[in-house]
Design a protein around this ligand. Structure first.
Ligand SMILES: Nc1ncnc2c1ncn2[C@@H]1O[C@H](COP(=O)(O)OP(=O)(O)OP(=O)(O)O)[C@@H](O)[C@H]1O
Ligand SMILES: O=C(O)C1=C[C@@H](O)[C@@H](O)[C@H](O)C1
Ligand SMILES: [Mg+2]
Length: 189
């Protein structure tokens, strides 16, 4: 495994446990998680992608079997990654609502949890395009704000690191995140 030494000058950082990325819809969990894993040269897993690969598109699952069934698939996909005696260092990006499951909340104690935070202005354009998020099919802006407000305290409680993702591009955010992860890892040891 390589360390997090990036051409952009990020500090050295070698993860020793999974890094889990959480936060509201469209804040960048998938793209930032994937870029972080690429720079750290560790595996990247996205819970939504895992579900889609096995069961087809998210809107189809919601339409055919309902949100509760999707939540069960999601909790299982996450447990497959984290519920092992010694989970390896990797980056796991979650869907926006995954943290509501109590089993998932417990498993996150085995990981370094990164909460990507942003206000609605940052995600407005992203969520008003049709992007396959069934919960945002009607009135996406108001619904995003409501869900973000309800889930915000849960994200904050579970987070080891909170990163404001407004006003920066993905490489800048990954560089900053590696610095924060290095600091957090010094505290853990
Ligand atoms: N910092 C950023 N600057 C510009 N565009 C971004 C940034 N972060 C993410 N994006 C873009 O926003 C969109 C949503 O990003 P992404 O799919 O990673 O969000 P997400 O948090 O994983 O959403 P979901 O909850 O649906 O899984 C993508 O088109 C992505 O390229
Ligand atoms: O925030 C949510 O509840 C969701 C977010 C997406 O990532 C998907 O997991 C799904 O559309 C539900
Ligand atoms: Mg995603």
């Amino acid at each position: 495994m390589a360390t997090g030494k990036d051409p952009a000058g990020a500090p050295d950082f070698t993860p020793h446990r999974p890094i889990v990325v959480i936060g509201p819809m469209a804040v960048g969990k998938s793209v930032i998680g994937a870029e972080l894993a690429r720079v750290l040269r560790i595996e990247f897993i996205d819970s939504d992608h895992k579900i889609v690969a096995k069961h087809g598109p998210v809107p189809g699952i919601f339409a055919a079997k309902g949100e509760h069934h999707f939540r069960q698939l999601e909790a299982r996909a996450i447990a497959d990654v984290l519920d092992t005696p010694k989970a390896k260092p990797l980056v796991l990006s979650l869907g926006g609502g995954a943290v509501l499951d109590s089993g998932t909340q417990q498993l996150l104690a085995r990981a370094t949890v990164v909460f990507l935070s942003a206000g609605v202005d940052t995600v407005k354009e992203r969520i008003t395009r049709n992007t396959g998020r069934p919960l945002l099919s009607a009135d996406p802006i108001a619904t995003w704000e409501r869900l973000a407000a309800v889930r915000g305290p849960v994200y904050a409680r579970l987070a080891d690191i909170t990163l404001d993702v407004s006003k920066s591009n993905v490489p800048q955010l990954v560089e900053r995140l590696i610095g924060l992860l290095a600091e957090e890892s010094r505290k853990e040891n």
